[in-house]
Design a protein around this ligand. Structure first.
Ligand code: AMP
Length: 229
């Protein structure tokens, strides 16, 4: 299964990808997490990325496409994956198609977590992350928490979750990323999900959609044909 978890910043893509790993062992690749690791490790890419990310702008398409192409070429992604934060532009989507085609694969679906803007802003303002492991928390759900339940490190606000950067990221999303819904919509690949529901309900809905995608793939296969054919 090759999926894109799609949605504006704050729509819950990361946590839903985490659930897909826990329940279906579907590996997920978050370009934002990859870049934050580069920043933390002080690599040359990290130096380039840091300022662009804290402003809420997008990194160049070529650079992001190379990063993702490397990740999904690995053995861990051979039987499927879910992408979080990629593609973010039509050019990135076209590169993704081309990279998948080299190994005879194609995208199965784009799960679009839809949410009204005021709810996205509320979530982003209340989001905190573990300074060490990056685990994500929401102050609305755990107001008394000040350290990570996994490693006790401090919870901090992401630099791009400052109010001005949030506004800018939402503008960038509308201008650069939302047009992808037309790109994938024309192919009938977009599955609309109400991302403002409680996260467990969103999770159940995604799992149901996944089951139905798997069923329709199985019925498209002719009897006796194996999954790899
Ligand atoms: P995220 O964690 O997905 O919200 O991404 C954080 C930031 O990383 C974004 O605001 C961009 O600056 C950068 N970034 C992540 N993915 C991409 C991408 N596919 N294209 C360009 N920039 C990206």
């Amino acid at each position: 299964m090759h999926l894109v978890m799609f949605g504006a910043p704050g729509s819950g893509k990361g946590i839903q990808c985490q659930f897909l790993w826990e329940s279906r062992r579907l590996p997920h690749y978050s370009t934002g997490d990859m870049l934050r690791r580069h920043v933390a490790e002080g690599t040359s890419l990290g130096h380039v990325a840091q300022e662009i990310m804290s402003r809420g702008d997008l990194l160049p398409d070529g650079l992001m496409s190379d990063l993702v192409a490397d990740a999904i070429a690995g053995a861990g992604a051979a039987s499927g994956f879910v992408l979080d934060g990629f593609p973010r532009t039509v050019a990135q989507a076209e590169t993704l198609d081309a990279v998948l085609a080299t190994t005879g694969r194609r995208l199965d679906a784009v799960m679009n977590l839809k949410m009204p803007t005021y709810a996205l802003v509320r979530r982003l303002v209340q989001r905190r992350v573990c300074a060490r492991c990056g685990r994500v928390y929401n102050l609305a759900l755990a107001p008394e928490l000040s350290s990570c339940v996994d490693d006790s490190a401090a919870l901090v606000r992401r630099p791009d979750d400052q109010p001005e950067a949030i506004r800018h990221r939402l503008d960038v999303y509308l201008r650069e990323t939302a047009p992808l819904l037309t790109f994938y919509g024309r192919r009938g690949q977009v599955i609309k999900i109400d991302g403002s529901r409680p996260i467990d309900q969103v999770r159940e809905r995604i799992l149901r959609e996944l089951d139905s995608l798997e069923r329709s793939r199985a019925t498209r296969r002719t009897p006796g044909q194996s999954e790899d054919e």
